[in-house]
Each structure stands twice: as structure tokens, then as C-alpha cells.
Design a binder for this molecule. Structure first.
Ligand SMILES: [Zn+2]
Length: 308
């Protein structure tokens, strides 16, 4: 079976202010690196239009209406200190959600073993009632609930190796033991959450990393905290909140990972997916702000997914 890739030109039309790190060039850099013939076997599919009703799986209707009302007809509108909407942002956000949900459909229908969703804006900072940190709605969380509602998944694991803690995903699943949330992230760093003692209903596993942490400590955190939690939980689906801003070149953080670490971590999660989840793994792009570090880390991640 193949590895599927979802993307869509609308993701380039979510515009942020000049100098903003979360910019359309991120996806252009990913597109360029995946153009290489090494990725010829990727099953490339244009992301479908999302079903807006699925946003309600993770966010209340009044919050969704508030975000929608804030989308400008022209120019840019500020959603929070770091989060900006442009006229096409709503379409981009809905398509990102559509892509992640379609990826869930694919792995449950056996159309793909695993899928990478190259979308923006990212989602893991979006809490139930708060858009923040470049994120509007929580794409990975919606996809997890979608797997439960549409495909009868009983247990879904979200593994988040973005360098920032996924406060939004933690918030959404805080009291929901049917979803395991595991995160490695730099601490202290935005958004300030993600301490080890934040454990929710026993379903939250945070592995904070000190600034200047490199491969060895990251891999140790994965081996000692994330992977045992996954084995214990035995998920029906693994969703990866795949941010690549823990790369050593990234300007927003001070963790020193390389492409090899993302290759390795991907392989570890694939082993768990093989053991527990019928190989089902859906990876959704989150952060990653150095274009070179991002592109080559995505190449390592997707290259490993394709090795099956
Ligand atoms: Zn991040």
C-alpha cells in the first residue's frame, strides 16, 4: 500500500503579515523537496472541501461563529496577538480539516497505510474556545474525534513533536480518556503549558525538553515516555501533530534536532502503528519555520512513511 499526500493551492492563500514566520513559502518549500524523483511513488491527492459540521467535534458553535465572523472581506484581520486572518483563510482552514478527515477515511478504508497532510494554517494551539498561536481550529483533534464518530475507533493517540506544546489538543482531550495525547516540546517556551504534572484523566503525557536539548535527550524522552504510553494505550489510530520547529535551524526555538531524528521518530511510531493500529497513521503538518530545516525534515518524515 502507498503513502498518500494531501495538499491544496488554497493553503497558499491564507496570508499573514510581512515577516510572519507562518507563511505560504513554507508549503512551497515542502512542495519543492517532494518534487524529487525519490517521492515519485507518493499518491498525491488534492485535499477535498471539508465538512464544516466536523469542526463542532472539537469546538463549540458560538466560538466557530465568532471565528468565521472575524474573517475579513479584504486585507488582514487580527484574531489574536500572533494569529491573522485573510479573506481566504476560512477556505484554507476548512480544507485543512477536510484533508485530515479524508486521511482518516483513507487509512480506515485501506486506501493507504499512512498519509501526510501538508496544510496550513496549523492547529495544535487552538483550544476549545480560543484561536491562538497561528491556529484557528484544531485539525488533529477534529480528525481524532472524526475517527471515533465515523469509523468506530475506540482509542486514538495524538503524538505531537512540534517544539511548542499543543495546549489546544491537551485542552480539548483533558477529560477524555479515549484519546491519548503525548507531546515532546521545549520548556520554557510558548505557550507555557506542557509540564509533566499536567496529566488530564491520565491520558496526557508531556515530555518537556530543556533549551539546547539535542538528539539523544529527545530520543530518550520518546523511548521512556511516549512509546511506553502508546504501547499501554494500544490505539486504533495514531495521529501525528508533525511540527518541524525542533530542527536546529528553526528561528523560534532552541532544540537541536536533525532530519535523522524525525526519520527515527517516524519509524518508531510506524512500529507502534503496525503493532496496535493496523499500520493506520495520519500525520498533519503543524509548525516548522526555517524553510530548509522544514523541507528536509518533511522529506525525511515522508521518506520514512513511504518505506512502510
Ligand atoms: Zn511549533
Amino acid at each position: 500500500m502507498a503513502t498518500r499526500l494531501y495538499t491544496h493551492p488554497i493553503f497558499l492563500e491564507h496570508i499573514t503579515p510581512p515577516g510572519h514566520p507562518e507563511r505560504p513559502d513554507r508549503l512551497r518549500a515542502i512542495e519543492r523537496v517532494l518534487d524529487d524523483e525519490a517521492f515519485a511513488a507518493l499518491d498525491r491527492v488534492e485535499a477535498p472541501q471539508g465538512d464544516e459540521a466536523t469542526i463542532l467535534y472539537a469546538h463549540p458553535a458560538d466560538f466557530v461563529a465568532r471565528v468565521r465572523a472575524a474573517i475579513p472581506d479584504e486585507g488582514l484581520a487580527r484574531i489574536d496577538a500572533d494569529t491573522t486572518a485573510s479573506p481566504k483563510s476560512w477556505q484554507a482552514v476548512i480544507t485543512a480539516i477536510g484533508a485530515a478527515n479524508a486521511a482518516v477515511d483513507d487509512v480506515f478504508a485501506g486506501r493507504a497505510d499512512n498519509v501526510f497532510v501538508a496544510a496550513r494554517p496549523p492547529g495544535h494551539h487552538a483550544e476549545k474556545n480560543t484561536a491562538m498561536g497561528f491556529c484557528f481550529f484544531n485539525t488533529a483533534a477534529i480528525a481524532a474525534r472524526y475517527a471515533q464518530k465515523k469509523h468506530g475507533a475506540e482509542r486514538v493517540a495524538v503524538v505531537d513533536w512540534d517544539v511548542h506544546h499543543g495546549n489546544g489538543t491537551q485542552d480539548i482531550f483533558w477529560d477524555d480518556p479515549s484519546v491519548l495525547y503525548c507531546s515532546t516540546h521545549q520548556m520554557p517556551l510558548y505557550p507555557g503549558t506542557g509540564a509533566k504534572n499536567e496529566t488530564g484523566a491520565g491520558n496526557i503525557v508531556n515530555a518537556p525538553l530543556a533549551p539546547q536539548t539535542g538528539s539523544e535527550v529527545f530520543r530518550d524522552a520518546f523511548l521512556s515516555r511516549v512509546l511506553p504510553a502508546l504501547d499501554n494505550f494500544a490505539p486504533d489510530l495514531i495521529i501525528v501533530s508533525a511540527g518541524f520547529d525542533a530542527h536546529h535551524r528553526d528561528p523560534l526555538a532552541e532544540i537541536n534536532l536533525t532530519e535523522d531524528d524525525f526519520d527515527w521518530a517516524t519509524g518508531q511510531l510506524m512500529q507502534r502503528a503496525a503493532r496496535h493500529s493496523g499500520n493506520r497513521l495520519v500525520s498533519v503538518l503543524e509548525g516548522g519555520y526555517d524553510l530548509h530545516g522544514l523541507a528536509f525534515s518533511v522529506a525525511a518524515h515522508v521518506g520514512r512513511l513511504m518505506k512502510g
